[in-house]
Design a binder for this molecule. Structure first.
Ligand SMILES: Cc1cc2nc3c(=O)[nH]c(=O)nc-3n(C[C@H](O)[C@H](O)[C@H](O)COP(=O)(O)OP(=O)(O)OC[C@H]3O[C@@H](n4cnc5c(N)ncnc54)[C@H](O)[C@@H]3O)c2cc1C
Ligand SMILES: NC(=O)c1ccc[n+]([C@@H]2O[C@H](COP(=O)([O-])OP(=O)(O)OC[C@H]3O[C@@H](n4cnc5c(N)ncnc54)[C@H](OP(=O)(O)O)[C@@H]3O)[C@@H](O)[C@H]2O)c1
Length: 363
């Protein structure tokens, strides 16, 4: 029997941009998927409802599946589009998802692909900004983790979404410098073209096992691949995947005004309280009992025993994405935990990596 999909997404944006209302593209302020019969679901954005065809939605068995290397997984496409011949998509919507008083801006954007950029949850795409560099050459591509599930935010497998932080910094000479591609993307208006390469990457592909424990560690825009995982787990119905394990997300951001996709994650928690745990580490507002800054690893340390027990299971998978610095901090926590059991963490981590249970993409 066909089943239902329910989710509500709202972007707390003050400066959002979308195509004019006469087009079929809708304001990004609110996207919600409502229960519908058969293979269609209603996508309501900005108060208007559009019916889109959903995936076939038969019940899937939630039993543990045999481990298979994600590097060998069939049907994963890499490098379909290269810089010399990129796919040219269009921006469908672009909205700021951090509040005005947040330190820095992060934007959520959706591009059309017409189904021509087939990607899996956990992959990235390249973007080539318009214009030329200081040598008069086209800009080099920059990589961005895909923030939508393979079905895309509109459920029709014809879009790809990104979560991009606008890079602005002051250099040694006191000049304000704007990052080329992040500013190009954050300024992109609906209807504008965007050159896309890829998709790329296999490190962050999801485990197939629907009973797995998936621990997701994100700082800032490192949330992107996990939004993609979590949509597949909790907002969609698939005939070959029905998540029934434990998803545990730790998200580290500087301020509560920079929390990303909070409403979506809370909605997921409401839908599946037994299968989803959600912990935020707000570094500039929270501290631990010793008064130390609340980084993601500081939050994890509060659940040290539980995390360590989970890590001993052969179907627990850890994924880390975001700032490079977080890896060291997390290693320090794990080192002390493992030592209590007389285990050398670095050795243990090597084994986990080999078994594809420890997956890292930091930059
Ligand atoms: C696999 C992967 C996935 C990624 N996913 C995402 C994502 O999902 N979202 C996202 O926002 N980003 C992501 N990034 C980062 C992204 O690729 C770009 O690096 C980022 O957007 C900056 O690019 P830019 O063109 O704006 O900056 P550029 O014009 O390339 O400028 C960046 C350069 O500026 C300099 N610089 C930067 N900060 C400072 C500073 N504070 N002081 C002095 N110099 C500085 C450094 O030399 C740096 O190399 C990802 C990177 C990788 C490798
Ligand atoms: N696939 C990938 O490789 C990938 C994907 C997406 C993003 N990224 C990268 O991830 C980074 C995310 O940055 P952002 O600007 O989006 O994040 P952000 O909003 O600045 O948030 C980062 C959070 O991490 C904290 N932090 C700083 N140093 C840390 C450390 N050593 N250990 C743990 N936490 C630490 C920050 O705290 P304070 O600021 O208070 O110190 C802040 O709370 C970018 O560099 C982006 O390029 C990589």
């Amino acid at each position: 029997m066909a089943t239902a999909v329910t989710s509500t997404v709202s972007f707390p944006s003050s400066k959002s941009a979308s195509l004019p209302s006469r087009t079929s593209i809708i304001s990004p302020e609110r996207i919600s998927f409502k229960k519908v019969p058969l293979h269609y679901r209603d996508v309501s954005v900005g108060g208007r409802v559009v019916s889109v065809r959903a995936q076939v939605t038969t019940e899937a068995p939630a039993k543990k599946v045999e481990k298979e290397s994600k590097k060998m997984e069939e049907g994963v496409v890499v490098n379909k589009y290269k810089p010399k011949e990129p796919y040219v998509g269009r921006c469908l919507l672009n909205t700021k998802i951090t509040a005005d008083d947040a330190p820095g801006e992060t934007w959520h954007m959706v591009f059309s692909t017409d189904g021509e950029v087939p990607y899996r949850e956990g992959q990235s795409i390249g973007v080539i900004a318009d214009g030329i560099d200081k040598n008069g050459k086209p800009h080099k591509l920059r990589l961005y983790s895909i923030a939508s599930s393979a079905l895309g935010d509109f459920g029709d497998s014809k879009t790809v979404s990104l979560c991009v932080k606008r890079l602005v910094y002051t250099n040694d000479k006191g000049e304000v410098v704007k990052g080329v591609c992040s500013n190009f993307l954050c300024d992109l208006k609906p209807g504008y073209e965007v050159k896309i390469t890829g998709p790329v990457g296999k490190e962050m592909l999801m485990p197939k096992d629907p009973t797995a424990t998936i621990i997701m560690l994100a700082t800032g825009t490192g949330i992107a691949p996990f939004r993609s995982f979590l949509w597949k787990m909790f907002f969609e119905k698939h005939d070959d995947y029905k998540f029934n394990g434990l998803a545990w997300l730790f998200l580290g951001v500087p301020t509560s005004s920079s929390l990303l996709y909070k409403e979506e994650f809370e909605k997921m928690k409401e839908k599946a309280p037994e299968n989803f745990r959600l912990d935020f580490a707000v570094s500039r507002e929270q501290t631990n009992e010793k008064g130390e800054k609340m980084y993601i690893q500081t939050r994890m340390a509060q659940y040290a025993e539980e995390l360590w027990e989970l890590l001993k299971k052969d179907n627990t998978y850890v994924y880390m994405c975001g700032l490079k610095g977080m890896e060291k901090g997390i290693d320090e926590i794990m080192l002390s935990l493992a030592a209590r059991d007389g285990i050398d963490w670095l050795d243990y981590k090597k084994k986990l990596k080999k078994a594809e249970q420890w997956n890292v993409e930091v930059y």
